[in-house]
Design a protein around this ligand. Structure first.
Ligand code: BDR
Ligand code: CA
Length: 318
């Protein structure tokens, strides 16, 4: 096996972000990755809450991973949080008590820049949130791009949308930031709704989990149920869609998805299309300008099983 993956996470924890953290914690235990730090941003709920949630999840997992608080607001437009999807507390109205640890003294941007120097060329950046922190760090120091190994972004879509017909929440919450990141020259993979919508749990997928009666399973069931019910009222399907966990999975196992190398930009001004990821899939043009890998197919079964196994391992130890 190659070198250990060194991860830096940028999150807006959030129910599916939390599931991604559980998954990554298990991978870390198995010695598959190192988690160097986590930065937070406003998204699903405001940044004060996403910071508390991230601290709380690491605490549940008994992990001492620093959490640096980041941007309160997108670069230009106001934030559109989604408490109806993630709960007023961002974690399905479980209203956890305050975490024992405090956020880091450094800001998200400071943490991103520091780690990019300490691990130049080696960092994998996983983003499951609006790209405000990453864009701000790039604006501060454009040479950051050359020190990042690769970036896996949960965001965007080729053929669909969620907050609008064509826009996905993480990109739509800060399209200007997304454009800065997309144009940065970093090696990027976009894990968008085309693949994340294929990976979800329904009631029958949760059978093993509900059999275990302890606090850990009760917490997971509550957050999964909250987001599934919210999704049902929006879409008609009672499902927990595993957006952020899938992006985490792609960091570890890139072959979970099939992707195409394409030129992708973000629409900033469209009357109906602001925040849309515009993916140029023309055969020949603009040759040489492809800026990222865009995931188009996913081995959903393999990932759902893998993710559930990670959760069950943690739950059984509780
Ligand atoms: C993305 O938006 C957030 O609601 C989720 O946490 C995920 O990162 C899905 O569009
Ligand atoms: Ca998220």
């Amino acid at each position: 096996k190659g070198k250990l993956i060194k991860l830096l996470l940028d999150v807006d924890t959030g129910i599916d972000d939390a599931l991604a953290l559980f998954y990554l914690a298990e991978a870390r235990k198995k010695g598959e990755i190192e988690i160097l730090g986590s930065t937070t941003v406003g998204g699903n709920v405001e940044v004060g809450q996403t910071t508390l949630n991230t601290l709380n999840i690491w605490e549940m997992l008994d992990l001492d991973i620093p959490v640096a608080a980041g941007a309160k607001q997108p670069l230009m437009a106001p934030l559109n949080p989604a408490p109806f999807v993630h709960g007023d507390d961002g974690l399905g109205n479980t209203f956890l008590s305050s975490p024992k640890k405090l956020p880091s003294d450094e800001s998200a941007v400071e943490m991103i820049l520091r780690l990019s120097h300490e691990y130049a060329g080696e960092l994998t950046l996983l983003t499951t949130a609006p790209l405000t922190n990453i864009a701000t760090a790039l604006l501060h120091d454009p040479s950051l791009a050359s020190r990042i190994g690769k970036v896996v972004i949960m965001g965007g879509a080729v053929f669909t949308g969620n907050v609008s017909a064509v826009a996905e929440a993480n990109i739509a919450n800060d399209p200007e930031a997304a454009r800065i990141v997309f144009r940065s020259g970093m090696e990027m993979t976009l894990v968008g709704l085309d693949v994340t919508h294929e990976v979800f749990w329904e009631e029958q997928d949760l059978k093993e989990l509900v059999k275990i009666a302890n606090g850990r399973s009760a917490f997971l069931i509550q957050i999964i149920d909250f987001i599934s019910t919210a999704y049902e009222s929006l879409s008609g399907w009672k499902r927990c869609v595993l957006h952020d966990p899938l992006a985490a999975g792609v960091c570890l196992f890139p072959d979970l998805v099939k992707s195409e190398k394409r030129y992708v930009d973000v629409e900033l001004n469209g009357e109906l299309t602001r925040g849309m990821t515009v993916v140029d899939r023309r055969g020949r043009t603009p040759l040489g300008e492809e800026n990222m890998n865009v995931a188009l197919e996913v081995d959903a079964k393999r990932f759902k099983t893998q993710l559930m196994e990670s959760l069950l391992t943690w739950v059984r130890e509780g």
